[in-house]
Design a protein around this ligand. Structure first.
Ligand code: KG4
Ligand code: ZN
Length: 346
């Protein structure tokens, strides 16, 4: 009776995505979730090129949306709300999505909701596991690093976050320093499994300071220094050297994330009450070592640890459809004045 079928559109970084999600009284169902990546387009440049990303979004959005409707076996007339990422992100990509969503909304009369990309990530545990508010979320991706207390679909309290690089960015830079291709996070993890994390003494930035803020740019410098020392010593990096560097770096990131998350849980323990839930999202949350340390922190707290499946941890449009659906139900609606916001704190 209370079902709401939402078309979600996401184009804020280097993935073009569309999805159909149905919200009902008992939870949410993903009817389709299409993600078209662009790694092949950016690989040669060693990172995402905004102009190339924007053009690819424009080219892919229409077919992506058509595919999402087809797979979901719905037609546009069955859609109750269009949810589109309105920021934060690369302005060209966000604009492509917003203009596309406005076009469909204007032509069909279906109401439009602009969604904050970070709210999409932060609400994903409700989409996948029907988690009740409030809960703590560690959002760790290539562009973001935040610890949040999520109290409802519009209320996010920032408990801490990075003061410089995001952890995914640090993984990617470390990969580059060690001669691995982009995006480097998964490759650093792969090599780290064969490495000795204790060989290099990498710092644990900001652990000596109270609070939940983090810093990862110093680790990158430490990796460069360690690499240069090995190279000066032996004339090059062996496979084992690289594995040891990856393992040491990964453990340093994992330790910082785990300890800061522990403090965040402690800080809001009274507000969380008995049903303490720790959730994660973002590409870095797929890292097995990091997940294991977070799970340990969580269980030491008696908290339940919820990590959405990888395909919903990374950028996708199902999370945007879901967040837009919840926000629409709570009264949010936008019109043709909806603008794309490159910066948009939660
Ligand atoms: O959430 P995401 O797909 O995109 C955004 O940044 O929004 O995250 C991508 C980031 C990249 O920096 C990538 O290197 C990192 O997540 N990443 C990983 C792993 N898989 C992806 N970092 C560490 N370990 C991994 N297994
Ligand atoms: Zn993201």
């Amino acid at each position: 009776t209370n079902a709401l079928t939402v078309l979600g559109i996401e184009s804020s970084c280097d993935d073009t995505a569309a999805a159909v999600v149905r919200l009902s009284d008992s939870g949410a169902d993903i009817l389709s979730s299409i993600v078209k990546g662009q790694n092949d387009l950016h690989a040669a440049y060693g990172g995402v090129v905004p102009e190339i990303a924007a053009r690819a979004h424009v080219e892919k959005l229409d077919t992506c949306i058509e595919e999402a409707l087809t797979v979901a076996q719905v037609e546009l007339k069955d859609i109750n709300t269009i949810a589109v990422t309105a920021g934060p992100g690369l302005i060209g990509g966000v604009l492509s999505g917003v203009m596309c969503a406005k076009g469909i909304s204007a032509a069909s009369g279906i109401p439009l909701v602009g969604v904050n990309h970070l709210a999409g990530h932060a609400l994903t545990p409700r989409l996948t596991d029907n988690i009740a508010y409030p809960y703590v979320m560690l959002l760790v991706s290539g562009g973001h690093c935040q610890l949040l207390l999520v109290s409802d679909c519009n209320t996010f309290r920032r408990l801490g976050g990075t003061i410089d690089d995001a952890p995914g960015e640090a993984f990617d830079k470390t990969a580059r320093i060690l001669g691995l291709p982009q995006p480097g996070g998964p490759l650093v993890e792969r090599d780290a499994t064969k490495g000795d994390a204790t060989r290099f003494a990498f710092p644990r930035p900001l652990l000596d300071r109270p609070g939940c803020d983090m810093s990862f740019s110093g680790l990158k410098t430490a990796v460069i220094r360690a690499r240069d020392t090995v190279v000066a010593d032996k004339g090059g990096l062996s496979t084992q050297d690289r594995a040891d560097l990856c393992a040491g770096f990964q453990d340093a990131v994992a330790d910082v994330l785990a300890e800061k998350t522990r403090r965040a849980l402690q800080e809001v323990a009274a507000e969380l009450g008995e049903n303490t839930v720790l959730t994660v999202a973002g590409g870095v949350a797929s890292n097995t070592r990091i997940r294991a340390k977070l799970e340990a922190v969580s269980s030491a707290f008696g908290a339940v640890f919820v990590a959405p499946p990888l395909s919903l941890c990374t950028d996708n449009a199902a999370m945007i459809a879901y967040a837009g659906g919840e926000q629409f139900r709570a009264g949010s609606v936008d019109d043709m004045s909806l603008s794309a916001r490159p910066r948009w704190p939660l």
